[in-house]
Design a protein around this ligand. Structure first.
Ligand SMILES: Cc1ncc(COP(=O)(O)O)c(C=O)c1O
Length: 390
């Protein structure tokens, strides 16, 4: 059994989450439960692979060879039942990098690109930084679960949308889209001639009774219009190693994206990233299962902590280690809510409004940490709520 109880010391490691506390939250006393990485060490097999590679002492230009592709194709088959050809793959330093490339290569200035809000903040930049027009199709919160309003989804697509950026599993609302939902999305995109850029970085982080389905795996037709972006960095806590890949069976689209990578001077992935990816996919499955067990327990703890409180409602997560907290009953402005969390509760959460205006009144908490850290964070919030009440 992996021991996930140890609380690592991350301060002083140039950690975005821990070393920027003062500049972001104004105090080092704040417990950071924000940016999406984990306070959990990688599997021993990854550590060993990296140490062995480091021992070699030479870090020259490195190739992503057949063995790496086999690790990826093997993982997708084993974990997601998706059979892809190695030739469909392109490697990239990050999922967001891939999406920036896809937007620039496969859409044109002033094209309309659709996102489902609230959503991971960089999705807005993907559209707006490239002078594309943002089309929002807000998710609908119904009975404490976010749903797609397909009538609104289709009427938004009908405005002449060129591409739709899907987030599956969805950050921050925690939905793992079902086969039925994904089929509808795929069919509507085919019908209205819309490309799908599918961010599936959280694919491996799915809770019991839910299954991640790569949208491109649903049919040949959907596959042809989809660019899928994936990575082991969320599942295995490798974000600092900057490794990911994109998948498309369409040779023309893939060639154009590949050429564009070259035009930016991006030709290869860093040696350590490739080494970690291979170890994760070839030797990390058992560790991942145990991690999912820990995360499942952590998410239940969050749900339980607030089940009898009227101030905060937890949106149950089906996937990801990011939990969306509905704090609207506190009747605070967004600034008051942020101040309450960081100054009274002393927890560093993500501001819900950074995910779009639909996120106002919400906060996002990251539960990818040892159980005691989640307990500490919850305790801080509950105590601060009690203090306010009295
Ligand atoms: C939905 C989503 N996409 C992409 C990323 C970042 O991916 P990368 O670091 O590979 O660019 C994150 C990180 O939190 C994310 O939640």
């Amino acid at each position: 059994m992996v021991n996930f109880d140890q609380v690592p010391e991350r301060t002083g490691t140039r950690s975005v989450k821990w070393d920027l506390l003062k500049s972001i939250y104004g105090s080092e006393e704040v417990l950071p439960m924000w940016v999406a990485d984990m306070d959990i060490a990688v599997p021993e097999a990854i550590k060993k692979a990296l140490v062995d590679r480091a021992e070699h002492g030479i870090f020259g230009y490195t190739v992503t060879d057949k063995a790496i592709s086999q690790s990826v194709t093997g993982w997708l088959k084993k974990r997601h039942g998706w059979d892809i050809k190695p030739s469909w793959l392109l490697y990239s330093p990050g999922v967001i990098t891939s999406l920036h490339m896809a937007v620039q290569v496969l859409t044109e200035k002033n094209d309309k690109i659709m996102i489902q809000t609230p959503v991971y903040p960089p999705f807005y930049d993907l559209v707006q930084l490239h002078d594309r027009e943002l089309v929002k199709s807000p998710l609908k919160l119904q009975d404490n679960r976010y749903e797609i309003d397909f009538a609104a989804f289709e009427s938004a697509l009908k405005q002449g949308v060129k591409a739709f950026i899907l987030c599956n599993p969805h950050n921050p609302v925690g939905r793992v889209w079902t086969e039925e939902e994904l089929r509808k999305i795929g069919e509507l995109c085919l019908k209205h001639d819309v490309l799908i850029f599918s961010d599936e970085i959280h694919a491996d982080l799915v809770y019991p009774n839910h299954r991640h389905i790569p949208i491109a795996s649903l049919s040949d037709e959907i596959n042809q219009i989809t660019i899928t972006c994936m990575s082991p960095t969320k599942s295995f806590n490798l974000a600092g190693l900057q490794v990911s890949y994109l998948i498309t069976p369409d040779n023309q689209k893939r060639k154009k994206i590949d050429e564009f990578f070259h035009m930016q001077g991006i030709k290869m992935i860093n040696t350590m990233g490739i080494t970690a990816l291979e170890a994760a996919y070839n030797e990390g499955e058992e560790w991942l299962e145990q991690l999912l067990h820990l995360l499942d327990g952590n998410r239940k703890l969050v749900e339980k902590a607030f089940q009898d409180r009227d101030e905060i409602t937890v949106i149950p997560a089906e996937g990801t280690y990011l939990i969306w907290l509905d704090c609207r009953s506190l009747n605070m402005s967004q600034d008051e809510l942020k101040t309450f969390m960081q100054e009274e509760a002393k927890v560093g959460l993500n501001d819900g409004s950074s995910f779009g205006k639909e996120g106002e009144g919400f906060m996002r908490i990251n539960i990818a940490c040892p159980r005691v850290t989640v307990e500490e964070g919850l305790n801080r919030i509950l105590t601060a709520l009690d203090v306010r009440k009295n």
